[in-house]
Ligand binder design. Structure first.
Ligand SMILES: [Zn+2]
Length: 422
């Protein structure tokens, strides 16, 4: 959740925008209408004010198949007061801890090693390296979350990262054995400069891991709510491979993760580095994507109709349910929920309220739809007939937490990949 108290200023929008990686020609991928910034939760006193909405239209490059949004809103207006504190999901923290374990072992990191994380947030991940007495440095443009990281013993530079920032660090002798770029590459409009910066920051023999939502899963699973203004680019392994290759790096291993509805963890090294031979996982995944049609433009043309169909199904369910005088509330207030609700036009007429475990969101309202956010206890107090899970990617954990709604005959609804009422 971001405290977007001031109006965001749109960046220059160009009707003839070109691919941010290869300058190729763009064609429409999906049009999700007009939407506010999905993390700009509103305080009560903001409800009567004007609210900025921006086009949410994704394009795909005819040349390299990078799916992308124009830079409708400049990052400086999104991320410098970004108050997304990541440390609230148990499953997420487990994921971070396991990663730190695995990489410390694989790279044999010790007290003389340095781990740098780009987009280090509140230090939730680097804290696990600190516990192992490995030196760390966080880089994040949001001063408020950087402060939270410092209290965890994670030194943090408050700045955006790009090639110049990488060069400044390298010139003063700061290079990393491990560079981490988790769920940040999508948020970078200057993609080429960012990846060039990674190459400069990486020691010889060093490894960079990049986690991104996997476009293959986004498309196969109708996960159109992964698309929002904060995410400028959407990657397949094939496009990511093209990008790192152009910058003198090499994709030598890749893992498929469950996070964000299906993500990739890309392991990257210097192109000529013999320490890291390319694993069979890379060609296997590139082949899988090729077989799924990701290297053909017409495959991308089919996504928009899948999205419209998902919208119709959710609205049919809600119209039918409300016609039967049943109550429906939400669970969770994630960014992705706001893309879904705004695209489908779901307001308090369909969804009375939502709840979230993050206390920073309580008493606020969802952007655009103005659905109020309460603490989770509200569900037990009001005993709704249906609970719609908005962070469907965490549905297993949440369905477990919500088991008690069965006590009054309540049912749980998951909207994506397809509507399931259970
Ligand atoms: Zn391109």
């Amino acid at each position: 959740m971001a405290n977007m108290t001031r109006a965001a200023v749109p960046s220059q929008s160009d009707a003839d925008a070109r691919c941010r990686f290869c300058n190729g020609h763009l064609v429409e991928f999906v049009d999700l209408g007009m939407s506010p910034l999905c993390e700009s939760f509103l305080a009560r006193e903001q409800l009567n004010a004007m609210e900025p909405f921006y086009p949410l239209i994704a394009h795909v490059c005819e040349n390299c198949f990078l799916v992308q949004l124009e830079e409708y809103v400049a990052p400086v207006h999104i991320f410098t007061e970004y108050a997304y504190f990541s440390g609230f999901s148990n499953a997420w923290l487990d994921h971070a801890r396991q990663y730190a374990e695995a990489m410390t072992k694989r790279l044999q990191l010790g007290a003389s090693s340095l781990v740098i994380e780009l987009g280090s947030n509140d230090g939730y991940l680097l804290q696990y390296f600190v516990q192992k007495e490995v030196k760390v440095l966080g880089i994040d443009p949001a001063a408020n979350v950087a402060k939270a990281a410092e209290t965890r013993g994670v030194p943090t530079l408050v700045q955006f990262f790009d090639a110049d920032a990488g060069r400044r660090l390298a010139e003063t002798g700061t290079q990393a054995d491990l560079v981490i770029a988790n769920n940040v590459l999508a948020q970078v409009p200057g993609l080429n400069s960012f990846v060039e910066g990674i190459r400069i920051l990486l020691k010889p023999g060093g490894v960079c891991t990049i986690e991104v939502p996997h476009l293959l899963k986004t498309m196969a699973g109708n996960q159109f709510d992964q698309i929002y203004h904060e995410h400028f680019s959407y990657f397949s392994a094939s496009t990511a491979n093209r990008i790192v290759t152009r910058h003198g790096l090499r994709l030598f291993d890749v893992e498929e993760l469950w996070t964000h509805g299906g993500s990739l963890r890309l392991h990257i090294c210097h192109a000529q580095d013999e320490r890291w031979p390319t694993q069979p996982s890379v060609s296997a995944l590139l082949q899988k994507e090729d077989e799924a049609g990701l290297e053909k433009l017409e495959t991308y043309g089919r996504f928009a109709e899948q999205v419209r169909s998902t919208k119709r199904n959710l609205l049919s369910f809600l119209i039918d349910t409300k016609s039967r005088q049943k109550s429906v509330v939400g669970y969770g207030a994630p960014g992705k929920g706001n893309t879904l609700l705004n695209y489908c036009g779901i307001r308090t007429d369909f969804l009375e309220y939502t709840v979230d475990r993050n206390p920073h969101k309580h008493g606020k309202y969802l952007p655009g739809t103005h659905i109020p956010i309460f603490a989770p206890e509200r569900i037990a107090e009001t005993k709704p007939d249906y609970v719609l899970i908005l962070p469907w990617n965490l549905r297993d954990e949440i369905m477990h937490q919500l088991a008690y709604v069965r006590g009054w005959g309540g049912r749980i609804v998951v909207p994506i990949p397809e509507l399931v009422v259970s």
